[in-house]
Design a protein around this ligand. Structure first.
Ligand code: FAD
Length: 409
């Protein structure tokens, strides 16, 4: 078996950032990182790729260039977690024995769960901002949309970046409005859940946009099948008596957000809660049963928004707590559940939703975050990608702090 002091699973936003953060503070640490992919993606950029304002190339880097110096890269997937014996089995058959484990393998996009989707995705007007390959086609669909029905879907929660399904919706509506094509468009937003956004504070400004653009909201509509050739989408619909029926909507354009789930190796392990997500303490991010295991990011069962913004605040917590544990000290840092969702309500305008555990609103800037902001658009399109590539993935901390102004009381 291979041995290492600290084993990191996943080389995405969380894995690279925590590897860099640990190495920056303790260069002598013996760290190995398991990541099967040679490519790393800045996923928050895909909303902008789908809107035609960022190139897909700008969202991609070679993984090799991001792994910090001195960290061993095991270029394969973790296939089984064996926490009782401090081991992880790899897809290539090897086994790694660790002293400490940091699990950040993200989540699984379950495209195949929707019947007929994989056969038609990227053709027939069926697009999705949820992958590098398919995000550019969203903009193609919008540009060539010549009236008719455009349907946007949102699967059951939890999903990564819960606002992303409606970001695609508003940007499409605004594009059509700017090109005098909104009047001939029937826009429908089909959500599996029954609220527009999980934090009630932000619902009114979003509802205002829905009304302004003339979007029809269909709650409790869960996409289950797509027939690309005949352009029909089928939903499982729950009515107000709780009865489930099927409903088919004919579309000219369909933006799909895939169902999301824990990755198989996590789901089948002893690491998880009842829902299959990694069971860590919401504050310390240490595993609730295995004291030498921490977790970061989308794979966790914590109730924060699954976002890169959350990862940015989780990494310093895990770094500090893990280093303290190495020295036999008590864990010094607590994560407050910070997550952020920049809701692109129009080209050039964003409602920057920032909040903590329990939906407590926590803006980083001293403005009313419900007011669509040009500054927040500048942050999202220009500053955040730079922070991601240069600050976060290099293990630097940036805590802007939360402003709790009277208008939030
Ligand atoms: P990831 O970054 O997804 O990394 C997981 C890594 O684990 C991947 O590299 C994967 O290859 C690897 N992996 C998978 N399985 C295994 C295995 N078995 N063994 C080893 N490695 C494995 N966040 C924001 O903050 N703001 C936004 O505006 C925003 N918009 C988004 C828009 C879209 C369309 C999408 C898709 C996401 C968006 N996000 C946004 C969410 C953000 O990208 C994620 O929350 C963030 O990347 C989570 O980091 P992570 O490390 O947990 O997972």
């Amino acid at each position: 078996a291979l041995r290492c002091q600290i084993l990191i699973i996943g080389g995405g936003a969380g894995g690279i950032s925590v590897a860099a953060s640990l190495k920056r503070r303790r260069p002598e640490l013996d760290i190995a990182l398991v990541e099967p992919s040679e490519r790393h993606f800045y996923q928050p950029g895909w909303t902008l790729v789908g809107a035609g304002v960022m190139s897909s190339a700008a969202t991609e880097r070679q993984e090799a260039g991001l792994i910090p110096k001195g960290v061993r890269w095991l270029k394969t997937a973790a296939s089984a977690f064996l926490p009782e014996t401090n081991r992880v089995r790899l897809a290539d058959g090897r086994v790694v024995v660790y002293d400490y484990l940091v699990a950040c393998p993200g989540l699984k996009l379950d495209w195949a769960k929707i019947e007929g989707l994989t056969q038609t995705l990227g053709r027939n007007g069926v697009c999705s901002n949820y992958s590098f390959e398919t995000a550019p086609y969203t903009h193609e669909c919008v540009k060539t949309f010549s009236g008719g029905t455009a349907v946007f879907t949102q699967p059951p929660m939890p999903i990564k970046c819960a606002g992303a399904p409606q970001k695609a919706l508003y940007l499409t509506a605004d594009y059509l409005r700017r090109h005098n094509r909104l009047a001939g468009a029937n826009l429908e937003f089909c959500l599996a859940g029954d609220v527009l956004f999980g934090v009630p504070f932000f619902v009114p400004p979003l509802q205002k946009k829905v009304d302004e653009y003339g979007i029809k909201l269909n709650f409790k509509h869960n996409l289950i099948a797509v027939d690309g050739a005949s352009k029909k989408a089928t939903f499982a619909v729950v009515d107000k008596d709780g009865k489930s029926t099927e409903k088919t909507i004919a579309f000219d354009m369909l933006h799909v957000v895939p169902p999301q789930a824990p990755i198989d190796a996590v789901r089948d392990s002893a690491l998880v809660n009842a829902a299959g997500w990694i069971d860590v303490d919401p504050g310390t991010l240490r595993h609730t049963r295995f004291a030498n295991i921490f977790g970061i990011g989308d794979a966790l069962g914590t109730t924060n928004a699954k976002t890169a913004a959350a990862v940015r605040m989780q990494v310093p917590v895990v770094t500090a707590n893990l280093l303290a544990l190495l020295e036999g000290k008590s864990l010094p840092k607590t994560y407050d559940g910070y997550g952020a969702c920049p809701l692109t309500v129009a080209y050039g305008k964003i409602v920057l939703a920032e909040f903590l555990y329990g939906g407590k609103v926590a803006p980083s800037f001293p403005f009313d975050p419900r007011v669509p902001s040009r500054f927040a658009w500048f942050l999202k399109t220009t500053i955040m990608p730079l922070l991601y590539w240069h600050q976060m993935l290099n293990g630097y901390e940036l805590d802007i702090g939360h402003h709790e102004k009277q208008f939030l009381a």
